[in-house]
Unconditional design. Structure first.
Length: 458
């Protein structure tokens, strides 16, 4: 890499130290270090039970629900390696600890759970090993095209996919039936359904348009053919930002109009107040990722089956040319501080590489598998979800969406992108700026930011 390329990494790392809340990355430098010494020298403290004390241990950080059971399954079936698991926090809490360790040159785990959208940020900082030399190419066939695209580039494979968020629409079947409105299949029909519901006496909203949805709006941009960002790790000094495109503006104008009509609310998601609205009939639909059903069910005390909700494919701009998109998802990466990179890579590739592990992940953690043997298995595709009245929601909606998803290009400063996008969307729904002004403002903000950090903006 050129000196300028190193300067880009230095500038990005310096900014993360200053703006941890904005970026969600804490203070991370590119001094990741190579190898952390033998596992026996580390005196690891593990949340889980180590079955074979004689085997080498791989330190792993992750925040998945019910993950200890997955770790136990792995350790009980492996004599050569044992996983020592710790939960270092969720999302930014884990990332802050990780970045501190990377900057110090020690203290990072061997394997770490990372959101797929954040992988490029760490790849730029040279924090993760290329897993190609450890057999990643042999497992590529086990993952969907989009999932693999999100963790790899022309320089290598920098994480192993775990779960994903192909998108669909959850809807209150009782509300649509009560007010005599057909379930929409296109965005044009969706808007008209909102008007019909209101005209027929429904006092709620056809859905909520959250301005704090992070990747939510980017997925909707992509569904309309937008390519908001262009970034190639083989040219790390250059980035394309295309947020004032006609495709982006059309999506923003669509939601701006529905909010202005009073058919769609614009409440922050995941608040206690909004969680209550999800269950009390305020919203007729929930535009969701595949993890949405589990989130929705978790809001009901005791997980009591509702039977009022159903799942349908995400409405399309053009029903004759459907586009599948993704919202969220996670991976396992191997840090450059791994004591035994080969064993760490084995853990990253194998811990969610069995049906037994995925049955735990699906049934206890409501994860959506990107590992194709589970994605295509009868126990997953034909699962009759009790919260959805026994509907086979994965087969009906989300499996096809996962297969159709082709990947999305994120920036090396994605959490900063999310932060500014949330701010600009909030301004739009409050009537302070138009859809076109919002798109142009985002284009300017992100382009200026990238330039300040040493990138050439195309």
């Amino acid at each position: 890499m050129s000196l300028k390329g190193h300067d880009v990494k230095r500038k990005v790392a310096a900014l993360t130290a200053i703006s941890a809340l904005a970026l969600g990355l804490g203070g991370c430098a590119s001094t990741a270090g190579e190898g952390g010494g033998s596992t026996a020298d580390r005196n690891l403290s593990c949340t889980n039970t180590i079955v074979n004390e004689e085997a080498e241990q791989v330190l792993l950080w992750a925040w998945y629900p019910a993950f200890e059971s997955v770790v136990d399954e792995f350790n009980n079936t492996h004599d050569d390696v044992q996983v020592c698991w710790n939960n270092a926090g969720v999302n930014i809490d884990e990332y802050t600890k990780l970045n501190t360790a990377l900057k110090a040159g020690s203290g990072a785990p061997d394997v770490v759970m990372i959101e797929a959208a954040i992988v490029p940020s760490y790849t730029l900082q040279d924090a993760f090993l290329d897993l190609t030399e450890y057999g990643a190419g042999d497992v590529e066939k086990n993952y969907t095209e989009g999932a693999w695209s999100d963790v790899s580039n022309d320089n290598g494979v920098f994480a192993i996919p775990v779960d994903g968020g192909p998108m669909g629409m959850l809807y209150r079947s009782d509300i649509f039936e009560q007010y005599g409105v057909a379930v929409p299949t296109t965005w044009e029909e969706f808007a008209e359904a909102g008007r019909q519901l209101r005209a027929n006496g429904y006092e709620g909203y056809i859905t909520n348009f959250p301005t704090n949805g992070k990747a939510y709006i980017q997925s909707l941009f992509a569904q309309n053919g937008a390519e908001p960002y262009e970034y190639d790790a083989t040219d790390p000094e250059s980035i394309g930002i295309n947020l004032d495109s006609p495709e982006v503006i059309e999506v923003l104008e669509y939601w701006e109009a529905l909010v202005d009509e009073g058919l769609v609310s614009s409440n922050d998601r995941t608040t206690a107040e909004d969680n209550a609205r999800m269950l009390d009939g305020t919203y007729a639909t929930y535009i969701a990722a595949a993890w949405g059903p589990g989130y929705l069910q978790g809001l009901v005390e005791g997980g009591v089956p509702e039977g009022k909700w159903q799942a349908a494919p995400l409405p399309q701009w053009d029903a004759s040319d459907p586009v599948d998109v993704n919202w969220g998802g996670s991976t396992f990466a191997v840090t450059k501080q791994a004591a035994n990179p080969e064993l760490a890579a084995k853990v990253a590739m194998e811990i969610f590489g069995t049906d037994e592990a995925w049955k735990i992940g699906i049934e206890e953690a409501t994860l959506f598998p990107l590992w194709k043997p589970a994605l295509e298995a009868d126990y997953f595709t034909n699962y009759e979800h009790p919260f959805f009245g026994g509907q086979t929601i994965y087969k009906d909606v989300f499996v096809d969406a996962a297969d159709g998803y082709k990947g999305f290009t994120n920036t090396p400063f994605q959490n900063f992108v999310y932060d500014k996008t949330n701010e600009e969307l909030a301004s739009m729904v409050q009537g302070k700026s138009s859809a076109e002004e919002t798109a142009k403002s985002l284009e300017s903000l992100l382009s200026d930011y990238a330039t300040q950090q040493g990138f050439t903006v195309r």
